[in-house]
Ligand binder design. Structure first.
Ligand code: MN
Length: 371
């Protein structure tokens, strides 16, 4: 009952305002098809560049050791698309790009596929070295960079220890986990020492996309089209996002958030499709069926934060906004794969109240990460 009231309060306070902003725009611009909220003014962006603090959470880097190891599989494409140099820079060039785009803080993480597909020994060493490199960069630029740890998920006790080390000794803000570990997902109690430590340290875990396990690709993604199409369909074209959505649902359905109720998860890309499915999830996966303490939507509203991370799509944003509210949405660019300038422009024209824009741009991140 109380939760329902909260939701209604929120709808009154924020979504309606958003809908009104939007309605006005549709009327003025003549509808969705014509690009309903294109904000033309460079002047507005100049003003708010000086007034709105911006913190981004899905921002990536790479190290030479990573690119020789698990990063070898992304190196060619990163080179071809011109983002390799940006990935490898943890200094002046990155900061110049941030200044140019109007981004104040990047919370950095090792890029996909992280170390999450490695065996325990390899993962432990590479995670440790990667975290030390990032800690150095954060020490050099403490007002511009913050860190999310890389964890050797294949070795959960070591991962919990590494999270502890990075948070307590180096001020990291949480960790990024790149999806399943060789087909094992976080609902498996094998991994729960990581969840337990994150909750105890009061830091969030960012669940970043990865490709589905090989048998899933063979069963569901390979089809009557080229290998290149298959490859992107399994990754950023579809599979990454659906994979992260199902991973989030598995975690909820396992009771992990009943066991660790203060644990906070972050997912990117405007919720990886989950907001669209949220009412359906509540209707079909009822509490009578799941035996969970709360409806699925309650976990999605109380234990998950959502970043934009380059999904500069207004209708999808409004769906997320209507389902979970502005207090759960955090700005992000997915740099260098996504453009910081485009993300900044998208933030500028969001059809939400100024107070909600502040929450999304920096307020929610400041509260969640104590920045
Ligand atoms: Mn990303």
């Amino acid at each position: 009952m109380r939760k329902e009231m909260n939701r209604r309060d929120f709808l009154n306070a924020t979504a309606v305002t958003g809908a009104l902003f939007l309605a006005g725009d549709i009327l003025q611009k003549g509808g969705l098809a014509q690009g309903l909220v294109k904000v033309p003014k460079a002047e507005a962006s100049e003003v708010s560049r000086r007034t709105i603090r911006t913190i981004t959470l899905e921002e990536h880097f790479a190290t030479p050791a990573f690119l020789k190891g698990p990063g070898a599989q992304i190196k060619g494409r990163a080179q071809a698309t011109g983002v390799l140099d940006q990935l490898c820079d943890l200094g002046e060039r990155r900061i110049a790009d941030m200044d140019e785009a109007g981004i104040d803080v990047q919370v950095l993480s090792l890029t996909t596929p992280g170390v999450d597909q490695l065996d325990a020994t390899e993962a432990e060493k590479l995670a440790h070295d990667t975290n030390d490199i990032l800690a150095d960069a954060v020490r050099r630029h403490p007002t511009r960079f913050a860190g999310f740890a890389t964890l050797p998920t294949a070795s959960p006790e070591a991962a919990a220890h590494e999270l502890d080390r990075m948070v307590r000794e180096h001020g990291f803000k949480g960790a990024v986990i790149n999806g399943h570990n060789r087909g094992r997902y976080l609902d498996d109690k094998f991994f729960w020492p990581i969840l337990e430590r994150a909750e105890a340290l009061q830091v969030p875990l960012y669940l970043h996309p990865t490709k589905p396990p090989r048998p899933v690709i063979e069963a569901s993604y390979r089809g009557n089209y080229t290998a290149e199409v298959t490859n992107l369909l399994t990754a950023s074209g579809w599979g990454w996002h659906i994979e992260t959505a199902i991973h989030t649902l598995r975690l909820i359905l396992s009771g992990a958030f009943d066991r660790y109720p203060r644990l906070q998860l972050i997912i990117g890309h405007l919720g990886e499709g989950l907001p669209f499915m949220l009412p359906r999830l509540d209707r079909i996966l009822t509490m009578a069926l799941t035996k969970l303490q709360r409806p699925i939507s309650a976990y999605l509203r109380e234990n998950v934060y959502y970043t934009i991370s380059g999904f500069n799509f207004t209708p999808a944003f409004l769906d997320l906004f209507s389902e979970v509210g502005a207090h759960r949405i955090i700005f992000s660019a997915d740099y260098p794969y996504g453009s910081m300038s485009e993300a900044r422009q998208f933030l500028e024209q969001l059809p939400v109240s100024p107070a909600d824009k502040e929450r999304i741009a920096h307020g929610n991140a400041e509260l969640l990460l104590r920045l």
